[in-house]
Design a binder for this molecule. Structure first.
Ligand code: CA
Length: 237
């Protein structure tokens, strides 16, 4: 059975989440504070983490930051605050998704499944073993790896899915909604701003000079696209 760590200091809510997830087939482990969560992640690594932002002592953001230094485990953040800043910060630190309290356990479970699908090799709608080359980029959808000039570009699963969509459709202009739909089944307007954060992070990982991006172009008032001619400029610095 796969193990999921539920980090939530509200004991009643923690138990509710665990009971529900156990009923749908997970083995659950609870932590009620950040220090314990980090200890569990180190000593008995889970396959998935549900992480509340507001925790006593070391908060959820710090846990996420420290977890991401070593672990590629999928993480869904829970936030009681409706502030967009929190959500964007969580995504920037490498969370895969977030849920605002109060939420339905059924929806949480659906989000977990969606994030899991993204982590599965081969996801992305490409044929098996089909490596796609574009300019000096090479995308392996099976291994879920993006190479630039033969070097791996370190991306999170969401960032990888966005890049896969770009490389599959070079030159196509994607609106923020289009890009949200790439990785989020129930995308709606309110989340559009999160795309800018993902693009910013992809550029940081991918672009030689991320203040002058050569791969991902911003299309004013519309969205983003992959540059149509990557061959001309070479490895401009
Ligand atoms: Ca809390």
């Amino acid at each position: 059975m796969k193990k999921i760590l539920v980090v939530e200091d509200e004991k009643k809510l923690n138990k509710m989440i665990c009971d529900y997830l156990e009923a749908v087939g997970w083995e659950t482990v609870s932590a009620f504070d950040g220090i314990t969560a980090l200890k569990i992640i180190r000593d008995e690594p889970p396959e998935f983490v549900i992480l509340d932002v507001m925790l006593p002592g070391v908060d959820g953001m710090d846990v996420l930051r420290r977890l991401r230094e070593t672990a590629a485990v999928p993480v869904i953040m829970l936030t009681a605050r409706a502030e967009e800043g929190d959500k964007l910060m969580g995504l920037e630190l490498g969370a895969d998704d977030y849920m605002t309290k109060p939420f339905s356990l059924k929806e949480l479970s659906a989000r977990i499944r969606a994030v899991e699908r993204r982590y599965k090799p081969g996801h992305g709608g490409f044929g098996k073993d089909q490596i796609i080359e574009y300019g000096d980029l090479k995308l392996d959808p099976v291994k879920r790896v993006l190479l630039r000039l033969g070097q791996e570009v370190k991306l999170t699963s969401v960032q990888f899915d966005i890049m896969a969509a770009f490389i599959k459709n070079p030159g196509r202009v994607f609106t923020r909604m289009d890009l949200l739909n790439v990785f989020q089944e129930d995308a709606y307007d309110g989340y559009e701003r999160t795309i800018d954060v993902h693009i910013k992070n992809i550029r940081k990982a991918l672009e030689p000079d991320h203040s002058h991006p050569k791969y991902i172009e911003t299309v004013w008032r519309v969205g983003y696209k992959l540059a149509e001619d990557l061959s001309k400029e070479g490895d401009a610095r």
